[in-house]
Design a protein around this ligand. Structure first.
Ligand code: GLY
Length: 428
């Protein structure tokens, strides 16, 4: 199978790794990719958000499958263009991608499909914003309506902070902000592979979105993740498919905008039952790095089946008994103004540890071939182990072997004692 994978983060490096190691993959091109994907695939430098460029490359290489990593190309209609060109594509069309692109749209679909979620108000004026903040009260949950790279949510006990964020959201883009009820309870991410009709869940994971230990500091794109979740109900995946993913997939089909791709269900396991915090329409980052480290069945077969409406014909995914922990190393300044260009060393030493691999995100190479940082989240360090504690100890041992001046990371990723304390306030 010839596969074109779009994107350049650690999520795409994890996807590329799982695609490249499968014998069904005969050619793998990553566009634009990163230095990590260059080592296992061919990187080609196109703009993944320009449908014509993606279609031209997919056609030229005779791709059997295009896999879209990030949300921006999906919202830009890249999957529609690829399918229109007759090439199977794993990723929803622009209309279905609104499940992530607009929080208000997602709420509307959930209401129509009877999916449990936080009560919410969509506000377009300051008066509506103030009324919604009064109605829902503290802690205030204020979400930018459109895409915000994981940084569009403020959860705060302070009314002036909530109001200021809401006003800022109103002044941007679509001029809409969503205010919603606060959900307490541990959070979990469940990825559902969908072919427009059939849904196949992957293994649940948990993400650590706040910058600092103990879930302090601002939201980020995600500072680490682990899988599986020993504390979650054993039937969590089945329950999410039954109560969330299948009803949404059916509702999208009913609307004539079938959902083909990855429906990321961000969940709160509250005292009143399961609630959806958010949907994304692509693999999550950094959860994918942990989830795919445990996948033992064929990823190309699964994604191709989803892209060709044949998911019911392939076996359920299978998983290693090992646990996976992923720790993100971020550049100085992240998630604010980032210092780039720092020399990175120690990756080989980290990978000398058993069951450790390092995934690239914000990295590049200089003309002299030196590896340097180029973005906020620089590397994902992934370790497997027989228990979460073993995997976590190994991941941190590996992290300590990597050098990047001023880099920072959380020290409590997957720490068991913090699992049940963590709540769903850290949504994107
Ligand atoms: N892990 C959160 C996200 O991918 O948006």
């Amino acid at each position: 199978m010839k596969i074109l994978l779009l994107g350049s983060g650690a999520r795409e490096h994890a996807l590329a790794r799982a695609l490249a190691r499968d014998p069904q993959t005969t050619e793998l091109v990553v566009a634009p990719g990163n230095p990590g994907t260059a080592a296992i695939a061919t990187n080609l430098n196109i703009d993944p958000c320009v449908p014509e460029e993606v279609v031209a490359l997919a056609t030229q290489m005779g791709a059997d499958l295009v896999v879209v990593g990030p949300e921006a190309p999906l919202v830009a209609g890249v999957a529609d263009a690829v399918r229109d060109a007759g090439i199977p594509c794993f990723g929803p069309g622009a209309e279905a991608a609104r499940l992530e692109g607009s929080k208000a749209f997602a709420k509307e679909v959930m209401a129509a499909a009877g999916v449990p979620t936080a009560e919410a108000a969509v506000c377009t004026t300051e008066a509506e914003l103030a009324a919604a903040l009064d109605r829902f009260g503290s802690p205030y949950v204020v979400k930018e309506d459109g895409l915000a790279a994981g940084k569009g949510v403020v959860v705060t006990d302070e009314y002036p902070v909530a109001l200021a964020h809401g006003r800022a959201c109103l002044s941007r883009g679509g001029g809409r902000v969503v205010v919603e009820d606060y959900l307490d309870g541990p959070e979990a991410s469940l990825f559902c592979v969908c072919d427009g009709a059939t849904v196949r869940p992957l293994a649940p994971a948990q993400d650590f979105k706040r910058l600092l230990d103990e879930d302090a500091g601002p939201n980020t794109g995600g500072m680490g993740a682990y899988s599986p979740l020993s504390w979650a109900p054993a039937d969590l995946a089945e329950q999410v498919v039954r109560e969330v993913a299948q009803p949404v997939v059916d509702e999208m089909a009913r609307r004539g905008t079938s959902f083909i791709g990855l429906l990321y269900c961000g969940l709160a396991l509250t005292g009143r039952g399961l609630r959806v915090v958010e949907f994304n329409v692509r693999f999550g980052d950094p959860e994918t790095q942990a989830v795919l480290a445990r996948l033992t069945s064929s990823l190309p077969e699964l994604l191709h089946a989803a892209a060709t409406s044949a998911l019911a014909e392939v076996p359920e995914p299978t998983w290693s008994d090992q646990c996976a922990v992923d720790v993100v190393i971020a550049a100085p300044g992240y998630p604010g103004t980032v210092t780039t260009g720092g020399a990175i060393s120690g990756i080989e030493a980290a990978e000398e540890l058993d069951d450790v691999h390092v995934l690239h995100a914000g990295t590049g190479t200089t003309e002299r071939g030196e590896l340097v940082s180029t973005g906020g989240r620089v590397l994902s360090v992934v370790a497997l182990g027989p228990t979460v504690e073993d995997a976590r100890a190994r991941a941190y041992e590996a992290v300590e072997r990597i050098e990047l001046e001023g880099a920072h990371y959380r020290t409590d990723i997957a720490r068991t004692s913090s699992e049940t304390k963590r709540t769903a306030v850290t949504c994107s």
